[in-house]
Design a protein around this ligand. Structure first.
Ligand code: RBF
Ligand code: MG
Length: 176
């Protein structure tokens, strides 16, 4: 177990959350989709920045599809993860961004998870279980969107290396 610079925080931080609608920017502008989750007490204790760990999607099969409005006004379908294939319900590496996205000057603090896997469909309204294992870097501002994208891609490579060098495979954290 490692202790972050805030001594009240110990990793792993393991929680479940519901995936909410974000700005719709991750997929369309950056090509790096993120699952947005509500900020809770535990995430709020973490210093803003970029983190890595493992995650797993848990569809809410009992829920019907519904249309919800995103902050950009667009209607999005909440299928609650019911389109996920078995393979897509596996455990995947993830990178998480917590803060105000200085490049976009967000007004509210957000938490978003980029799951390191290519999915066939959206899964708004699904549940996600995540395990935060460590800190990568602070949130930064950039001169161009390409610099932001390049930096996120380095975060993804860093997370993959860290998780591979761990003695744990991720499976240990999740109950089937
Ligand atoms: N936004 C920033 O403004 N600065 C960052 O340094 C930054 N780093 C990120 C790192 C990762 C791994 C991820 C998934 C997102 C990051 N973002 C950052 C947030 C990004 O701007 C956001 O996901 C999109 O704008 C979609 O909401
Ligand atoms: Mg998002």
């Amino acid at each position: 177990m490692t202790v972050s610079n805030d001594t009240s925080i110990t990793y792993p931080i393991q929680q479940q959350a519901s995936i909410i609608a974000g700005f719709g920017r991750g997929s369309s502008e950056l090509g790096i989709p993120t699952a947005n989750i509500p900020i809770n007490t535990e995430l709020n204790k973490l210093e803003p920045g970029i983190y890595y760990g493992w995650c797993k999607l848990i569809p809410l099969t009992a829920q019907c599809d519904e249309i919800k409005k995103r902050v950009d006004g667009k209607d999005v379908l909440f299928n609650h993860g019911n389109e996920l294939t078995n393979e897509e319900k596996d455990i995947f590496p993830m990178v998480m961004s917590i803060g105000w996205n200085p490049y976009y000057h967000n007004k509210d603090k957000t938490a978003e998870v980029h799951i390191i896997h290519k999915f066939h469909e959206n899964f708004y309204g699904s549940k996600i279980e995540y395990v935060v294992l460590g800190y990568i870097r602070p949130e930064l501002n950039f001169n161009s969107i390409d610099e932001l994208i390049d930096t996120i891609n380095s975060d993804i490579e860093y997370a993959k290396l860290k998780l591979k060098s761990d003695e744990l495979s991720g499976k240990e954290y999740f109950t089937k």
